[in-house]
Design a protein around this ligand. Structure first.
Ligand code: HEC
Ligand code: HEC
Ligand code: HEC
Ligand code: HEC
Ligand code: HEC
Ligand code: HEC
Ligand code: HEC
Ligand code: HEC
Ligand code: HEC
Ligand code: HEC
Length: 319
């Protein structure tokens, strides 16, 4: 039978698929019968094939399947389903389905598709701006689709989210990360000052770990903490490398979300130097003045400019 090209992501592709489908319509009893084809073969968006019957007909039988009150229902925006084919913008032309009194093989059942495959119907409209990099992104690759996070008909949160809020949505899969919000020091997500999506674009990005801005972790951090960006006269090597060497971006039980308590954090790398930054045991503490290295803010009492210094004599980040 006809092998349809799969998972198109650009307008030209959609057009080709549409033509392909028009031809395929002669060979296939209906688009929905593609359900029986191998998992990776997806019936592409069917906007231009088959016959439309109009939303008014659909709701005569499906009155409870509304999307009223959501952005999709704003007919004033010419790109919305409401301004286009209504229900059929997403579910495909439904004349045959309606005339057969609701034959489910003649309609696209988005809830029955693999999330990854259902996304193709959404990206027929949402393929630009913040969604341009969806195809092949971490979520897409792992079969997390638009409908894993969004619900068109019964959203519980803003932006059509399935959960009441963003953190709850992410928590359904990333509990290890969202739990860090309960640690002693955390990014103020719980307090409402930041959201997961302040740093991440879950729809795809040019950076690692779906970070929204830049191409490195540091660029993501310094997009808000600009004063840590440098370049400094005296760079502290790990800072220029990656903030997350010392900080956990989601939260830890140490001050300033540090990966380890001071002085241990510093001592992971600095084991010998002119003044001993080594682990201080009883003998050393009692027989030297080095006790001052572990009290209060520890090493950073003196090495205050730990992220780098612009002072001519700031080589040791003391000023
Ligand atoms: C913006 C895309 C979109 C539009 C417009 C849309 N739907 Fe849906 N529909 C979906 C998705 C996605 C699902 C899968 C379940 C979910 O995610 O809520 C679905 C599920 C359904 C279901 C299956 C019931 C279920 O809960 O799984 C029916 C029936 C349905 N839609 C009918 C309609 C009707 C009737 C309209 C027009 C009034 C309509 N849809 C408009 C996307 C859409
Ligand atoms: C004559 C009544 C009728 C009309 C008109 C009608 N449907 Fe249906 N539809 C049904 C019936 C009956 C079912 C099967 C319900 C079931 O099995 O739970 C169904 C099933 C569906 C499903 C699959 C539900 C699922 O569980 O996955 C979708 C999606 C759907 N219809 C969308 C539409 C759309 C879009 C339109 C308008 C183009 C439409 N229907 C018009 C009666 C109708
Ligand atoms: C016919 C085109 C079309 C299709 C198909 C479509 N959308 Fe949309 N959607 C829009 C438009 C237009 C908006 C308004 C915002 C914009 O302009 O981007 C929108 C808005 C949204 C929003 C933001 C809602 C808000 O309150 O801000 C979400 C989330 C969304 N769509 C998800 C989906 C999902 C999931 C699907 C697939 C099941 C889908 N859309 C299918 C056109 C479409
Ligand atoms: C991992 C969960 C998740 C997945 C998967 C997901 N979204 Fe979203 N989406 C969100 C969250 C959270 C927001 C609100 C924050 C934001 O704007 O980024 C959002 C916002 C949106 C918006 C409104 C803001 C904007 O960026 O324009 C649209 C439209 C949208 N999503 C569509 C989609 C479509 C289409 C897909 C599939 C291609 C998709 N989403 C997949 C979680 C998700
Ligand atoms: C349905 C489950 C699911 C939901 C909901 C979900 N994710 Fe994911 N997420 C995944 C999977 C699976 C991966 C891929 C993990 C991998 O490749 O190791 C992933 C990857 C990621 C990555 C990239 C990790 C990497 O190693 O590159 C980030 C960042 C992320 N998700 C953030 C979020 C955020 C923020 C939300 C909430 C808006 C969210 N996710 C909701 C399942 C989910
Ligand atoms: C302050 C910015 C920021 C915020 C806010 C943020 N993240 Fe992250 N996230 C990051 C960075 C940076 C990484 C990469 C960490 C690394 O490379 O070690 C990351 C990595 C991840 C990963 C990949 C797994 C891992 O641990 O490396 C997931 C999943 C994730 N974040 C989910 C979330 C969720 C869910 C939220 C909301 C509760 C959230 N993030 C809020 C910056 C942030
Ligand atoms: C979207 C903006 C934004 C991004 C991106 C961002 N932060 Fe923050 N950061 C904040 C805000 C807001 C606070 C809270 C400041 C306050 O409460 O005064 C904060 C606080 C902090 C704190 C201090 C916590 C404390 O206990 O005082 C550290 C450390 C930190 N961020 C590190 C990072 C790192 C590392 C990255 C990159 C992974 C990063 N930030 C990315 C906005 C951001
Ligand atoms: C070598 C380890 C290390 C690295 C790498 C590092 N930091 Fe820090 N950071 C610290 C320490 C230690 C403190 C606490 C300083 C103090 O208590 O005076 C701190 C404090 C902070 C604070 C809160 C206090 C302040 O000075 O505003 C922010 C924000 C911050 N770091 C952001 C960043 C960013 C952004 C990066 C990457 C560009 C980064 N850090 C890289 C060790 C590091
Ligand atoms: C990931 C490893 C790492 C961590 C953690 C780290 N540093 Fe460094 N630090 C370096 C490297 C590498 C250099 C550059 C050494 C050189 O140029 O010889 C350096 C340089 C320094 C210097 C300047 C040395 C000089 O030669 O003048 C000081 C002072 C310093 N670090 C203090 C600290 C303190 C205090 C902490 C804890 C808050 C810390 N470092 C955490 C790797 C680290
Ligand atoms: C009481 C102040 C003070 C404290 C606390 C302190 N340092 Fe220093 N540190 C100094 C001074 C002063 C220098 C020498 C600076 C110079 O030569 O210009 C120095 C130099 C260094 C150097 C560079 C040494 C070299 O061999 O060139 C490193 C690395 C360093 N300290 C790490 C640490 C670490 C790690 C801690 C915490 C365990 C720490 N310091 C705590 C004052 C302090």
């Amino acid at each position: 039978m006809f092998m349809l090209p799969t998972r198109t992501h650009n307008r030209a592709g959609v057009a080709i698929i549409a033509i392909g489908l028009a031809i395929a319509a002669f060979c296939l009893p209906s688009t929905a019968s593609a359900a029986g084809t191998p998992a990776r073969v997806v019936a592409a968006p069917v906007q231009d094939a088959g016959e439309y019957v109009g939303q008014d007909t659909c709701v005569t039988c499906h009155e409870d399947q509304s999307y009223k009150g959501t952005t999709h229902a704003l007919a004033s925006n010419p790109r919305t389903p409401a301004a286009g084919h209504g229900c059929e913008s997403c579910h495909g032309p439904g004349k045959a389905h309606a005339e057969a009194g609701g034959d489910t093989t003649k309609i696209v059942r988005l809830g029955q598709l693999k999330p990854q495959d259902a996304s193709v119907y959404c990206t027929s409209c949402h393929d630009r701006g913040t969604h341009a990099l969806w195809a092949g992104s971490q979520h897409d690759q792992r079969n997390v689709g638009c409908i894993s996070c969004h619900s068109v008909h019964a959203p519980k949160g803003a932006k059509l989210l399935k959960a009441a809020n963003q953190t709850a949505q992410c928590a359904t899969c990333h509990k290890n990360v969202t739990n860090k919000q309960n640690r002693f020091n955390h990014m103020p997500v719980r307090e409402g000052k930041l959201e997961c999506t302040s740093c991440h674009n879950v729809h795809g990005s040019t950076n690692v770990k779906l970070l929204k801005v830049g191409t490195t972790v540091d660029e993501a951090c310094t997009s808000c903490h600009a004063e840590k960006r440098g370049p400094f006269l005296w760079e502290h090597a790990p800072v220029a490398n990656a903030c997350v060497t010392c900080h956990d971006p989601h939260g830890t039980n140490n001050d300033r979300m540090l990966q380890a308590k001071l002085p241990y954090l510093c001592q992971r790398c600095h084991v010998t130097s002119r003044h001993p930054p080594t682990v201080y045991e009883g003998f050393l503490l009692q027989n030297s003045t080095n006790g001052n290295k572990i009290f209060g803010r520890s090493c950073t009492v003196c090495h205050q400019q730990i992220h780098g210094s612009n002072a001519p004599s700031g080589k040791a980040f003391l000023r």
